[in-house]
Ligand binder design. Structure first.
Ligand code: ADP
Ligand code: MG
Length: 675
């Protein structure tokens, strides 16, 4: 291989034979030996046949012979430079079979210097279908060039491939051998063979991940000790008495599941998911009270200060008159005598501490922390357990999220969590009807909004924070929109506004006025997407709805439908992209947070969906995790069974696998310790 080639390959990330094997085709092309002219694929060597309808010889500037070939589907133009001799060979009326690289010139398919032969009109089509891998190419290295490099090196590369799994397992799963799979993914004879090869290699990637996850879970259970809480019916009743309502069945089940975990002496790691308003906070409070009753502290970590405050208010309300001491840690308390609070925390006098993740993780010392509740809301940045300083054992962890984890992710990126799902809303909640309007239908949307106002309800109008300069644009668009409405269509109504650049007090005042119904319409940015709860607000109009992400739209929509009245979500948008159209369509079709999350994941892919890389899990070369539910389930099962039989993967037949696991996940798995 020339030095230029080598460099071009390295630019594609291919430095070794192993890399070359894993430089997987993007897709396959089935090359039929002969194609109708209309189906000729550009830039490939192809075969076609047709009748010669015209010929021409052009002596200057460079002598060339031209012919036009026609079949029932189209016209192919042929040119041969220095083809003077063809004048006596190729004539109109002949049937030619030609082979050459297809180009397009002025919209017409063209072959230059084609190989040709005159055939009988009824000559059979030649050749068999050929499946050819198409590689992700670069400017310097075309797919075909890569194909040739793979072809020249595949034997040598395959010699280095070892089988990872025992033949019985492969047989029972209908998987080809590893070497066979690598060969077939590059040089399949049929598309079915290519698909089967791909399935095997995806299985390998997922299996490796599942084994690593399983092993690290075991390691965690061995290494860390958590407080085992005592829990009985009396305590259950005492806690339930704190709530002014009956827990829904789903809440009760969730609470018990959590309590079952916390009675163990290894730490709970549980994700509590469910749509906004389904009552997660109440369930978390139940768990906190169980911890406190066992003389352990609990902490709530919220993503923003506003949310921390809100949790503080909610929880204080439920606990009014009890002896449980609750403290809120904010930027303010940080300035004013946080030292005192910190001492109380370290002494164990504070039972429930509430604050932002940033604040509390900084330098707080707990006396005997038993439970950490992380409110992720919908940010889903769930990373490693935060490092909280605790004198005692490792605390239990409960993460609340309003963005449900799609099942594919629950089996991969979130596999280290046990998951509890609340699907039921407290009774009396009303469904939200979502409708999408084009700009031309604006009047109709406004009319629906006004109809709610006339019935005594309130409305949100959400305006996106436009573009690059969020700080400026957001303010401008909200206040400009607010003025426009006051002067225009909503002149008869009381209009207020809220946005992120307002001071905390201004925001609170704006919210209070809306809650007290001193304002009918609240024009807002996405600051309202979290934590606002005004049951009388029954309609939300979202301007430029295409500018919002799917999960975000769903969260916004969750601000209405909180009272006894049926609610509306009105999306206004002339979307400019297919993705945006898809988002709006999904919104009108489902109210289920679960479906929304699945759709969002498909549209954005896992990286975007999380907004960050997670947990040091591998980035897959081949697997698209969002589409592999079946293999994810299978590998989870197979990994667990394999480790059950052979906890340290000591078996001779698993040596290559073991080596690969250690190479990819390093000593962190501490294989020798497991068992
Ligand atoms: P989430 O945290 O899932 O968004 P919350 O726990 O904050 O939900 O509950 C949303 C609202 O519903 C709160 O006002 C809460 O007091 C109320 N709520 C929670 N559980 C119930 C229930 N079982 N019955 C009636 N209201 C409930
Ligand atoms: Mg909540």
């Amino acid at each position: 291989m020339g030095a230029g080639r080598g460099k071009a390959l390295r630019e594609l990330g291919v430095g070794t034979l192993g890399d070359l094997l894993e430089y997987f085709p993007r897709t396959y092309q089935v090359e039929r030996s002969e194609r109708p002219i209309a189906q000729l694929v550009p830039h490939q060597i192809q075969i076609a046949r047709g009748e010669v309808t015209a010929v021409d010889y052009i002596p200057y500037p460079r002598p060339r012979f031209e012919a036009t070939l026609r079949d029932p589907t189209g016209i192919l133009s042929l040119a041969w430079f220095n083809g003077a001799f063809l004048r006596t060979r190729i004539h109109p009326g002949q049937i030619l079979r030609v082979q050459g690289k297809v180009g397009y010139f002025r919209g017409l398919a063209q072959m230059v210097q084609a190989k040709w032969e005159v055939i009988q009109p009824d000559a059979p089509l030649v050749g068999e279908d050929l499946v050819r891998a198409i590689y992700p190419a670069s400017g310097k290295l075309k797919s075909l060039a890569i194909w040739k490099i793979v072809d020249a090196n595949i034997e040598a590369a395959l010699a280095g491939v070892q089988e990872w799994f025992p033949p019985e397992l492969l047989k029972s799963r209908g998987l080809p051998g590893r070497r066979e799979a690598y060969r077939a993914i590059h040089q399949p004879t049929t598309l079915t063979e290519a698909a089967s090869a791909r399935r095997r290699l995806v299985y390998d990637e997922l299996m490796l991940m599942q084994l690593a996850l399983c092993l690290s879970r075991k390691l965690r259970d061995i290494d860390t000790q958590a407080p085992a809480l005592k829990f009985d019916r009396t305590l259950d009743q005492r806690i339930l008495a704190r709530f002014p309502f009956h827990l829904t069945e789903a809440q009760q089940m969730a609470a018990w599941q959590i309590l079952r975990d916390m009675q163990q002496s290894h730490p709970m790691n549980r994700l509590l998911q469910g749509d906004v308003g389904c009552g997660k906070t109440v369930v978390a409070l139940y768990a906190m009270l169980a911890a406190v009753a066992n003389r352990y502290q609990a902490v709530v970590l919220a993503p923003t200060e506003t949310l921390a405050e809100q949790h503080y208010l909610t929880i204080s309300n439920f606990l009014a008159g009890s002896s449980v001491s609750i403290e809120l840690f904010t930027q303010r308390t940080k300035k004013e005598g946080r030292g005192g609070l910190q001492r109380h925390l370290a002494a164990g006098d504070i039972h429930i501490a509430i604050g932002t993740q940033a604040l509390i993780q900084e330098d707080m010392q707990f006396a005997n922390l038993g439970l950490v509740v992380v409110d992720e809301q919908h940010k889903l940045g769930v990373g490693q357990r935060g490092i909280l300083k605790n004198k005692g054992l490792s605390p239990h962890y409960l993460v609340m999220t309003a963005t449900p984890i799609p099942r594919t992710l629950a089996l991969s990126y979130f596999a280290h969590f046990d998951i509890t799902t609340i699907t039921q809303l407290p009774s009396g909640r009303q469904p939200i009807k979502t409708t999408w309007f084009r700009e031309t239908q604006r009047a109709e949307a406004v009319m629906l909004l006004k109809r709610e106002l006339q019935a005594g309800r309130q409305a949100y109008i959400v305006v996106p924070q436009v573009d690059e300069d969020i700080a400026d644009q957001g303010v401008k668009s909200v206040s400009a929109e607010c003025d426009r409405l006051k002067r225009g269509v909503l002149a008869d109504w009381r209009v207020g506004m809220i946005h992120g650049q307002m001071k905390t007090q201004e925001k609170q005042a704006a919210m209070l006025a809306f809650r007290r119904h001193e304002v009918d319409v609240l024009v807002a940015t996405t600051v309202i997407e979290v934590g606002i709860d005004v049951p009388n607000a029954t309609v939300m109009l979202i301007e430029n709805a295409d500018r919002f992400g799917l999960s975000q739209l769903h969260q916004l929509r969750g601000r209405v439908g909180r009272g006894e009245h049926a609610s509306l979500c009105l999306l206004l948008s002339d979307p400019t992209s297919e993705d945006a159209t898809e988002r709006l369509t999904v919104m009108t079709q489902t109210a289920s947070g679960f479906d929304i999350a699945e759709a969002d994941l498909k549209l954005r892919g896992p990286g975007e969906f999380f907004g960050m890389r997670q947990h040091g899990l591998p980035e897959f070369k081949l697997a698209d995790i969002t589409g592999e539910l079946e293999l994810l389930k299978l590998t989870r099962q197979d990994a667990e069974a394999m480790l059950q039989n052979d906890p340290q993967l000591r078996r001779l037949s698993l040596m290559a696998l073991r080596r690969e696991l250690l190479a990819q996940f390093g000593e962190s798995l501490a294989l020798p310790q497991i068992g």
